[in-house]
Ligand binder design. Structure first.
Ligand code: ZN
Length: 277
Protein backbone atom coordinates (compact mmCIF):
# COMPACT_ATOMS: atom_id res chain seq x y z
CA UNK A 1 0.00 0.00 0.00
CA UNK A 2 1.32 3.48 -0.83
CA UNK A 3 2.13 5.86 2.05
CA UNK A 4 -0.93 8.07 2.73
CA UNK A 5 1.09 11.32 2.58
CA UNK A 6 4.51 11.76 1.02
CA UNK A 7 7.16 12.31 3.68
CA UNK A 8 10.00 12.54 1.16
CA UNK A 9 10.52 12.63 -2.63
CA UNK A 10 9.86 9.37 -4.47
CA UNK A 11 11.58 7.61 -7.36
CA UNK A 12 9.39 7.80 -10.48
CA UNK A 13 9.56 5.11 -13.16
CA UNK A 14 7.61 6.81 -15.96
CA UNK A 15 7.18 4.85 -19.19
CA UNK A 16 6.27 5.97 -22.69
CA UNK A 17 5.54 2.58 -24.24
CA UNK A 18 8.51 0.54 -23.02
CA UNK A 19 10.82 3.52 -22.70
CA UNK A 20 11.81 4.93 -19.34
CA UNK A 21 11.97 8.68 -18.66
CA UNK A 22 15.42 9.69 -17.36
CA UNK A 23 17.54 12.77 -16.85
CA UNK A 24 20.38 12.47 -19.32
CA UNK A 25 23.65 14.39 -19.16
CA UNK A 26 26.42 13.37 -21.53
CA UNK A 27 26.52 9.60 -21.08
CA UNK A 28 25.15 9.40 -17.54
CA UNK A 29 21.49 8.89 -16.72
CA UNK A 30 19.54 9.57 -13.54
CA UNK A 31 16.05 8.56 -12.50
CA UNK A 32 13.73 11.45 -11.51
CA UNK A 33 13.11 11.84 -7.76
CA UNK A 34 10.10 14.04 -7.13
CA UNK A 35 7.59 14.97 -4.44
CA UNK A 36 4.87 14.84 -7.05
CA UNK A 37 4.92 13.68 -10.66
CA UNK A 38 3.08 16.90 -11.61
CA UNK A 39 6.40 18.76 -11.17
CA UNK A 40 7.43 17.55 -14.63
CA UNK A 41 4.26 19.00 -16.21
CA UNK A 42 3.63 15.96 -18.38
CA UNK A 43 0.15 14.61 -18.88
CA UNK A 44 0.13 11.09 -17.53
CA UNK A 45 -2.04 8.48 -19.19
CA UNK A 46 -3.09 5.79 -16.76
CA UNK A 47 -3.09 5.49 -13.03
CA UNK A 48 0.08 5.50 -11.07
CA UNK A 49 1.09 2.29 -9.31
CA UNK A 50 2.98 2.09 -6.06
CA UNK A 51 5.91 -0.35 -6.28
CA UNK A 52 7.20 -0.35 -2.70
CA UNK A 53 10.28 1.20 -1.11
CA UNK A 54 13.93 1.07 -2.09
CA UNK A 55 16.19 1.81 0.92
CA UNK A 56 13.20 3.53 2.50
CA UNK A 57 12.35 5.68 -0.54
CA UNK A 58 8.93 5.17 -2.10
CA UNK A 59 8.86 4.08 -5.76
CA UNK A 60 6.05 4.65 -8.25
CA UNK A 61 5.44 3.82 -11.87
CA UNK A 62 3.21 5.70 -14.30
CA UNK A 63 2.36 5.59 -18.01
CA UNK A 64 3.02 8.55 -20.31
CA UNK A 65 1.03 9.00 -23.59
CA UNK A 66 2.88 7.88 -26.75
CA UNK A 67 3.07 11.33 -28.38
CA UNK A 68 4.78 12.96 -25.37
CA UNK A 69 8.14 14.69 -25.84
CA UNK A 70 10.62 14.49 -22.96
CA UNK A 71 11.18 17.66 -20.88
CA UNK A 72 14.47 19.53 -21.45
CA UNK A 73 17.49 17.55 -20.22
CA UNK A 74 15.49 14.31 -20.15
CA UNK A 75 15.05 11.40 -22.57
CA UNK A 76 12.92 8.30 -23.05
CA UNK A 77 15.26 5.30 -23.25
CA UNK A 78 14.71 1.56 -23.74
CA UNK A 79 15.70 -0.60 -20.77
CA UNK A 80 18.43 -2.42 -22.69
CA UNK A 81 20.00 0.97 -23.46
CA UNK A 82 20.19 1.93 -19.79
CA UNK A 83 21.63 -1.29 -18.39
CA UNK A 84 25.03 -0.46 -16.82
CA UNK A 85 24.19 3.27 -16.98
CA UNK A 86 21.57 3.15 -14.23
CA UNK A 87 22.28 1.79 -10.74
CA UNK A 88 21.62 -1.96 -10.76
CA UNK A 89 18.90 -1.82 -8.05
CA UNK A 90 17.00 0.85 -9.95
CA UNK A 91 17.43 -1.03 -13.22
CA UNK A 92 15.73 -4.17 -11.91
CA UNK A 93 12.93 -2.14 -10.32
CA UNK A 94 12.43 -0.50 -13.71
CA UNK A 95 12.09 -4.07 -15.04
CA UNK A 96 9.34 -4.72 -12.52
CA UNK A 97 7.70 -1.36 -13.26
CA UNK A 98 7.50 -1.88 -17.04
CA UNK A 99 5.78 -5.24 -16.49
CA UNK A 100 3.19 -3.68 -14.18
CA UNK A 101 2.50 -0.89 -16.69
CA UNK A 102 2.19 -3.49 -19.47
CA UNK A 103 -0.20 -5.60 -17.39
CA UNK A 104 -2.31 -2.54 -16.58
CA UNK A 105 -2.44 -1.55 -20.26
CA UNK A 106 -3.33 -5.03 -21.56
CA UNK A 107 -5.79 -6.17 -18.87
CA UNK A 108 -8.69 -3.73 -19.15
CA UNK A 109 -11.63 -6.10 -19.70
CA UNK A 110 -12.69 -9.51 -18.47
CA UNK A 111 -11.84 -12.21 -21.06
CA UNK A 112 -14.99 -14.10 -20.07
CA UNK A 113 -17.64 -11.34 -19.68
CA UNK A 114 -16.09 -8.37 -21.48
CA UNK A 115 -16.79 -6.03 -18.58
CA UNK A 116 -14.23 -3.43 -17.46
CA UNK A 117 -12.03 -4.79 -14.66
CA UNK A 118 -11.58 -3.22 -11.24
CA UNK A 119 -8.21 -2.83 -9.57
CA UNK A 120 -8.06 -4.68 -6.25
CA UNK A 121 -6.79 -2.65 -3.35
CA UNK A 122 -5.27 -5.39 -1.25
CA UNK A 123 -3.12 -7.12 -3.86
CA UNK A 124 -1.66 -6.52 -7.32
CA UNK A 125 -4.61 -7.92 -9.24
CA UNK A 126 -7.66 -6.89 -11.25
CA UNK A 127 -11.07 -8.42 -10.75
CA UNK A 128 -14.16 -8.78 -12.92
CA UNK A 129 -17.15 -7.13 -11.18
CA UNK A 130 -19.51 -9.76 -12.65
CA UNK A 131 -17.80 -13.17 -12.52
CA UNK A 132 -15.00 -12.42 -10.05
CA UNK A 133 -12.22 -13.73 -12.32
CA UNK A 134 -8.83 -12.42 -11.16
CA UNK A 135 -6.05 -11.12 -13.41
CA UNK A 136 -2.51 -11.01 -12.04
CA UNK A 137 0.53 -9.56 -13.82
CA UNK A 138 1.61 -12.03 -16.50
CA UNK A 139 4.78 -14.06 -16.08
CA UNK A 140 6.11 -16.48 -18.67
CA UNK A 141 8.63 -18.95 -17.22
CA UNK A 142 11.42 -19.87 -19.61
CA UNK A 143 14.30 -22.29 -19.10
CA UNK A 144 17.86 -21.65 -20.25
CA UNK A 145 20.56 -24.31 -20.16
CA UNK A 146 24.28 -24.64 -20.62
CA UNK A 147 25.12 -28.12 -21.91
CA UNK A 148 28.69 -29.33 -21.29
CA UNK A 149 30.54 -32.05 -23.15
CA UNK A 150 34.02 -32.36 -21.64
CA UNK A 151 35.83 -29.11 -22.43
CA UNK A 152 33.11 -27.88 -24.76
CA UNK A 153 29.75 -26.23 -24.41
CA UNK A 154 26.75 -26.23 -26.73
CA UNK A 155 25.85 -22.86 -28.25
CA UNK A 156 23.39 -21.90 -30.96
CA UNK A 157 22.30 -18.79 -32.77
CA UNK A 158 18.81 -17.60 -33.51
CA UNK A 159 18.04 -15.44 -36.55
CA UNK A 160 17.16 -12.59 -34.19
CA UNK A 161 20.66 -12.39 -32.68
CA UNK A 162 23.19 -9.74 -33.68
CA UNK A 163 25.64 -11.03 -36.35
CA UNK A 164 28.17 -13.53 -34.97
CA UNK A 165 26.47 -13.92 -31.58
CA UNK A 166 25.74 -17.38 -30.18
CA UNK A 167 24.13 -18.28 -26.88
CA UNK A 168 23.08 -21.21 -24.76
CA UNK A 169 19.67 -22.76 -25.50
CA UNK A 170 16.42 -21.42 -24.07
CA UNK A 171 12.68 -21.83 -24.44
CA UNK A 172 9.34 -21.36 -22.75
CA UNK A 173 7.90 -23.85 -20.30
CA UNK A 174 4.69 -25.49 -21.50
CA UNK A 175 1.60 -26.19 -19.38
CA UNK A 176 1.92 -29.40 -17.40
CA UNK A 177 5.69 -29.61 -17.75
CA UNK A 178 8.34 -29.62 -15.01
CA UNK A 179 11.29 -27.26 -15.50
CA UNK A 180 13.61 -30.25 -16.03
CA UNK A 181 11.31 -31.69 -18.70
CA UNK A 182 11.24 -28.31 -20.43
CA UNK A 183 15.06 -28.23 -20.42
CA UNK A 184 15.32 -31.70 -21.94
CA UNK A 185 12.66 -31.02 -24.56
CA UNK A 186 14.09 -27.66 -25.66
CA UNK A 187 17.59 -29.04 -26.15
CA UNK A 188 16.28 -32.06 -28.04
CA UNK A 189 13.85 -30.03 -30.21
CA UNK A 190 16.44 -27.46 -31.19
CA UNK A 191 19.56 -29.63 -31.62
CA UNK A 192 18.56 -33.34 -31.31
CA UNK A 193 21.04 -33.67 -28.42
CA UNK A 194 20.09 -35.73 -25.36
CA UNK A 195 21.24 -34.52 -21.95
CA UNK A 196 21.51 -35.67 -18.32
CA UNK A 197 22.50 -34.27 -14.88
CA UNK A 198 20.20 -31.25 -15.12
CA UNK A 199 21.02 -28.90 -12.24
CA UNK A 200 19.59 -25.60 -11.13
CA UNK A 201 21.93 -22.65 -11.68
CA UNK A 202 19.98 -19.49 -10.85
CA UNK A 203 17.20 -17.29 -12.16
CA UNK A 204 16.61 -13.82 -13.50
CA UNK A 205 13.58 -11.68 -14.25
CA UNK A 206 13.61 -10.76 -17.94
CA UNK A 207 11.24 -7.86 -18.58
CA UNK A 208 11.23 -8.19 -22.41
CA UNK A 209 8.28 -8.30 -22.02
CA UNK A 210 7.45 -10.54 -19.04
CA UNK A 211 9.65 -13.63 -18.70
CA UNK A 212 11.30 -15.28 -15.76
CA UNK A 213 14.47 -17.02 -16.92
CA UNK A 214 15.33 -20.16 -14.94
CA UNK A 215 18.89 -21.26 -15.58
CA UNK A 216 20.30 -24.82 -15.56
CA UNK A 217 23.47 -26.69 -16.36
CA UNK A 218 23.46 -30.17 -17.89
CA UNK A 219 25.86 -32.66 -19.43
CA UNK A 220 25.81 -34.32 -22.84
CA UNK A 221 24.37 -37.81 -22.96
CA UNK A 222 24.09 -38.64 -26.67
CA UNK A 223 23.20 -37.66 -30.22
CA UNK A 224 24.69 -35.55 -32.99
CA UNK A 225 23.72 -31.94 -33.61
CA UNK A 226 20.86 -31.61 -36.06
CA UNK A 227 19.28 -28.18 -35.89
CA UNK A 228 15.63 -27.32 -36.05
CA UNK A 229 15.95 -24.49 -38.55
CA UNK A 230 12.63 -22.92 -37.65
CA UNK A 231 14.11 -21.97 -34.31
CA UNK A 232 17.86 -21.62 -34.85
CA UNK A 233 20.18 -21.20 -37.79
CA UNK A 234 23.41 -22.70 -36.43
CA UNK A 235 24.67 -24.65 -33.43
CA UNK A 236 27.97 -26.15 -32.36
CA UNK A 237 30.30 -27.26 -29.59
CA UNK A 238 32.80 -24.59 -28.50
CA UNK A 239 35.79 -24.54 -26.15
CA UNK A 240 36.29 -21.69 -23.67
CA UNK A 241 39.25 -20.28 -25.61
CA UNK A 242 37.45 -20.31 -28.99
CA UNK A 243 34.04 -18.85 -28.24
CA UNK A 244 31.90 -17.02 -30.79
CA UNK A 245 30.25 -13.65 -29.97
CA UNK A 246 28.51 -13.77 -26.61
CA UNK A 247 25.16 -12.35 -25.43
CA UNK A 248 25.13 -9.04 -23.49
CA UNK A 249 26.25 -8.73 -19.88
CA UNK A 250 22.69 -8.13 -18.70
CA UNK A 251 21.62 -11.73 -19.39
CA UNK A 252 21.73 -14.92 -17.36
CA UNK A 253 23.00 -16.57 -20.58
CA UNK A 254 26.18 -14.55 -20.18
CA UNK A 255 26.45 -15.54 -16.50
CA UNK A 256 26.19 -19.22 -17.46
CA UNK A 257 28.90 -18.83 -20.10
CA UNK A 258 31.19 -16.95 -17.68
CA UNK A 259 30.65 -19.74 -15.14
CA UNK A 260 31.79 -22.28 -17.75
CA UNK A 261 34.88 -20.24 -18.69
CA UNK A 262 35.89 -19.88 -15.02
CA UNK A 263 35.44 -23.61 -14.47
CA UNK A 264 37.57 -24.45 -17.51
CA UNK A 265 40.34 -22.09 -16.38
CA UNK A 266 40.38 -23.72 -12.96
CA UNK A 267 40.51 -27.22 -14.42
CA UNK A 268 43.46 -26.21 -16.61
CA UNK A 269 45.45 -25.76 -13.38
CA UNK A 270 43.99 -28.70 -11.57
CA UNK A 271 44.62 -32.23 -12.85
CA UNK A 272 41.65 -33.56 -10.85
CA UNK A 273 39.28 -31.82 -13.27
CA UNK A 274 38.22 -28.50 -11.87
CA UNK A 275 36.25 -29.47 -8.81
CA UNK A 276 38.02 -26.81 -6.76
CA UNK A 277 35.95 -25.08 -4.15
ZN1 ZN B 1 -16.01 -11.67 -15.91
Amino acid sequence: MPPPKPSEPAWWFAFRGNQLLLHEENSSVRLPRLWDFGELQLSAEGKQHYLGRLSGHPCYTIEIPPETNPPKGMAFLGLRQVYERLEEDLFWIAGRAVQIIDWDRTHCFCGRCGLPLNLRETERAKECPQCGLLYFPRLAPAVIVLVERGEKLLMARSRHFAPGVYSVLAGFVEPGETLEEAVEREVFEETAIRIKDIRYFGSQPWPFPHSLMIGFTATYEGGEISINDEEIEAAGWFTADHLPGRPGKISIARRLIEWFITKQKKSAFDPRGGELT
